[in-house]
Design a binder for this molecule. Structure first.
Ligand code: NDP
Length: 265
């Protein structure tokens, strides 16, 4: 029987996940279909999942915490990250995973000799990713516009700064994990700070995709190696697909299909 999958979000209409997953279903001859499901109220996520008779789902903004609560069984990392972006239905039991953070880690493998990472932003994605990067042995520090969201990171033992208390020092990789530049032309931090950081950095990554952000433009003007959010989008999708299909297919094959599906984006 055809297996059904969906992405839940609000908004969700711009999601590229259906294109990535449906392409992989077709290429592998897997009898599955993946669609968008606009969900306003996160507390309805579990009911809607079962009403739609889904085998699995991805969850995007703003429902990753709701998905964390909806899961019956959480994998170790999702439990620590407090956020789930992938749900899998195994005989009526919902398993929750976070593929954003390992996806980000895979996306930065193309940068050589990275040891220190400065993350700009302290939202949900930065929370999950910073923990995962720390576990993987990177030295991660956090710079955010305002102070309240930094508390979470302090508790977990990260060095944190708001703009007014930040004294620049060299970092190998500078990452924009804010939403600055997504729907506007803002930089995620004052230009003077970024310029000093870019003088020493080996690379810059923005997790926003579909446009060249002012952050990436500035990084390129310093001749830095850069990556945008498309790599992370693909990598989190590869890992989600691997869960959806119970580890049946080769990850490199899945990656190639998804890269091809998003070639024009
Ligand atoms: P949140 O809403 O949880 O956090 C937003 C963060 O951005 C906060 O730290 C906020 O700072 C900061 N911020 C917002 N506007 C500005 C600004 N103008 N200047 C400086 N800082 C700003 O967001 P998420 O963590 O959910 O997502 C962050 C970004 O990552 C989004 O753009 C999203 O699209 C992208 N994303 C991409 C993925 C991919 O696969 N490529 C996956 C997941 C997310 P403050 O605390 O001061 O408000």
């Amino acid at each position: 029987m055809r297996k059904k999958f969906a992405i839940f979000g609000d908004p969700v209409e711009h999601s590229l996940s259906p294109l990535m997953h449906n392409s992989a279903f077709v290429e592998f001859g897997f009898d599955g279909v993946y669609f968008k499901e606009h969900l306003k109220d996160g507390s309805k996520l579990k009911d809607r999942f079962f009403e739609l008779n889904l085998s699995g789902a991805n969850i995007t903004v703003p429902h990753k915490e709701a998905a964390f609560r909806a899961a019956d069984i959480l994998d170790d990392f999702a439990k620590r990250a407090n956020a789930v972006n992938t749900l899998v239905n195994k005989d009526g039991v919902l398993y929750g995973y976070n593929t954003d953070a390992p996806g980000f880690l895979n996306a930065i493998k193309k940068f050589d000799n990275i040891k220190t990472i400065l993350i700009l932003g302290a939202g949900g994605t930065a929370q999950a990713t910073s923990l995962f990067l720390k576990d993987a042995g990177y030295n991660v520090e956090i710079l955010n516009r305002s102070k309240p969201r930094l508390e979470y990171f302090k508790e977990k033992g990260f060095k944190t700064y708001s703009f007014d208390e930040f004294k620049t020092r060299p970092y190998d990789l500078v990452v924009n994990m804010t939403s600055a530049g997504l729907k506007d032309e803002n930089l995620p931090a004052p230009k003077e700070i970024l310029e000093k950081l870019f003088l020493d950095a080996k690379g810059a990554v923005d997790i926003i995709y579909g446009k060249e952000t002012p952050f990436l433009k500035l990084a390129k003007s310093f001749n830095l190696k850069t990556a945008d959010g498309k790599d992370m989008l693909i990598e989190q999708g590869v890992l989600a697909f691997d869960y959806f299909t119970n580890h049946r297919f080769d990850l490199e094959e899945i990656r190639k299909i998804m890269q091809e599906a998003l070639r024009e984006y």
